[in-house]
Design a protein around this ligand. Structure first.
Ligand SMILES: *Cc1c(COP(=O)(O)O)cnc(C)c1O
Length: 364
């Protein structure tokens, strides 16, 4: 067997141990004589898988009891609509922080449902900065505040939680954590809604996790589809209809793996180390650069540009020969991007850094 170091932004690399366990259980889960893919989601075997996944995620993130964890489909992109549908509750506007391509999409979708107050817009910096915390002017009559803690494409991450509010009745904070969830410790009680597509730091595509404070559930407009109402899923343990059962199971294996790593404190320490050494290697060289302000560089997505773009193709080709793949940058910014989610071992980051240094040496 040969596994590469896969730096894909998503769907992304999964822990090898998790894939091995899934492989071992593929044909016969726990003596059931069938694959998890073939089980009724209402049977007691699958119910135990689903419940354990939720319990492990709750333990990993220390999710308070007054939050529901929903296992949905539709991707983070569906949440761009579900958030206004569920949280507007008669209000006319919401506050949005526009700090990258994903928040831009969230804003565009929200505009279909309400007035959007852009309380931050970093377009002019080409999304390489985050707003100063003191510059944010929240609107008291906004239904909620939405932001994207980690913008996956440019690799810009908030070093703070904007306008924290944890009291029901306050304006709730909503976070698209698709590429940041489980990367470091967070205080869930600061948020009204946290959502994330699974395919970055959780598991396979097809599953979307929504963590929602229970007092915010039950206010979707009556004429909206039931499938877009958080209450539909909260009332049925995410099994109103057939859930993305296999992705949910694999996510559960990833959560258990996370606990085995030592939980979020241990994972955070590893992620910090991985990111710091990669940025250090970039900053130490005139051959590579990263455009993002130092105070808000992403731990998960690390773009870097070669001083001479003519070398991009041979960098990518030689990296692949060395087992380092999917490093091509997003089409909107070019260069390279190394996504180093939890499942990327530190040895993968070390191998990338060694390769970058060797490539630079041989080109000089
Ligand atoms: C990947 C990503 C999305 C899109 O997720 P889908 O599950 O494909 O809809 C949205 N927001 C962020 C921050 C992302 O990284």
């Amino acid at each position: 067997m040969s596994r590469v170091y896969n730096f894909s932004a998503g769907p992304a690399t999964l822990p090898t141990e998790v894939l091995q366990q899934a492989q071992a259980e593929m044909l016969d889960w726990n003596g059931s004589g069938m694959s998890v893919m073939e089980m009724s989601h209402r049977g007691k075997d699958y119910m135990s898988i689903a419940a354990k996944a939720e319990a492990d995620l709750r333990q990993l993130m220390t999710i308070p009891d007054n939050y529901k964890v929903l296992f949905l489909q539709g991707g983070a992109s569906s949440q761009f609509a579900m958030v206004p549908i569920n949280l507007l509750n008669g209000k006319k506007s919401a506050d949005y922080l526009l700090t990258g391509q994903w928040s831009k999409k969230a804003v565009a979708e929200a505009k279909r449902y309400c007035d959007v107050n852009l309380i931050a817009d970093t377009t002019d910096s080409k999304f390489t900065t985050v707003p100063d915390e003191v510059s944010l002017n929240f609107n008291a009559d906004a239904a909620y505040v939405h932001y994207t803690p980690n913008e996956t494409i440019v690799g810009v991450e908030f070093p703070y939680i904007p306008g924290t509010c944890d009291v029901p009745g306050d304006v709730p904070l909503v976070a698209d954590m698709s590429s940041a969830i489980l990367s470091r410790q967070i205080d869930v009680s600061k948020f009204g809604v946290i959502y994330a597509g699974a395919q970055k730091n959780i598991g396979p595509a097809g599953l979307t996790i929504v963590i929602v404070r229970d007092d915010l559930i039950g206010y979707a407009d009556a004429n909206m589809p039931v499938m877009f109402d958080y209450k539909t899923f909260a009332d049925h343990d995410s099994m109103y209809n057939t859930p993305p059962a296999y992705s949910w199971y694999l996510a559960g294996l990833v959560f258990a793996w996370g606990l085995k790593q030592g939980g979020m404190a241990a994972i955070e320490a590893i992620n910090k180390r991985k990111a710091e050494k990669l940025y250090q290697a970039i900053d130490d060289s005139a051959f590579y650069s990263n455009p993002v302000d130092i105070n808000c560089r992403s731990w998960m997505n690390v773009p870097f540009i070669l001083a001479n773009a003519d070398l991009d193709a041979s960098f990518i080709e030689q990296a692949a020969t060395n087992g380092l793949v999917t490093l091509k940058g997003h089409r909107s910014i070019g260069g390279m991007r190394a996504s180093i989610y939890n499942a990327m071992p530190e040895a993968g980051v070390d191998a990338l850094i060694s390769f970058m240094q060797e490539f630079e040496r041989t080109q000089a």
